[in-house]
Design a protein around this ligand. Sequence first.
Ligand code: HPA
Ligand code: ZN
Length: 349
Amino acid sequence: MTARPAIKPIAADRLPDLLRAMPKAELHMHIEGSLEPELMFALAQRNQVPLRFANEQALRDAYVFNNLQEFLDIYHEGTMVLKTEQDFYDMACAYLARAQADRVLHAEIFFDTQTHTGHGLSAETVINGLHRACAEAPEKFGMTASLILCFLRHLSEDEAFECLEQALPLRDKIVGIGLASSEVGHPPEKFAKVYARARQLGFRLVAHAGEEAPPAYIWSALDVLRVERIDHGVQAIHDTALMQRLIHDRTPLTVCPLSNLKLCVFPTLAQHNLGRMLDAGIMATVNSDDPAYFGGYLNQNFTQTFDALGLSARHAYTLARNSFDASFIDASVRARYVDQLDEVFETFQ
Ligand code: HPA
Ligand code: ZN
């Protein structure tokens, strides 16, 4: 770890501007969850797919969820409009433009091939479209982006193996493997063998764990799947030994505050445990998860959470720095991004 700059105290009313201006990485964002109603309706028309909502506002009005499953049902419905490689490219470009506006220098983008192969698309259609947008990101959006393929945990391990197999011809277009969808009842150990195979193949490994399910899911993501990062992980706070383990190993948690609020993981943002996690020494990051559905992109997650929890400029630096340190970028690129971060904190007035 390199030295950190001295963090100057700044006026509370300047903090939102600092949060917006600071360079950052986004490590937990499902590209299908960035599909805004406007683009969804445009793709529905382009591909002749019927939608049961009269217009964009009627769709937005349906985004009220009591839990993860209620969200996943409507999220799945939205993915039906995606048919061609161009659709995946357009969706990814729309996200990258939003990320650039939020000063995201690097994004690691989740996608779930199984959702789309389940609708008759090929893995190549999905991966080639998304990858083309990522490959163009440096020139078009002044940032880097890579792809993480998530298995759907409500499906079987055999189906995850099949998904991995289909992705292998496109191996070079994917940096890592993740695990998403309905958590409770589908513990990490269900995917022990396919994660072992992905590890052998050289993929970086992450998994959603402890979003709604208990700390045991985080333990098995670490010890059975041997992941490098935990997606969400907010339930870790209920297990002291687990907290000690995460702090000791500096295991990153990709926390998604507005997602947690929308899916009722916390009743209010003021009750979110991000501040307690950071102050305990957990290597947390802030992320948007499914920004089109949860009420905001990355900077909205930062500004609303900092406001609700009364977090400081020092927390801001730690979170941005963690996002680069926890990313899967090359060390030389990371050093360049951290220099840009440090410069903002040294010069911000
Ligand atoms: N949790 C689990 N699976 C998901 C999510 C999420 O928040 N978003 C898209 N797939
Ligand atoms: Zn997620």
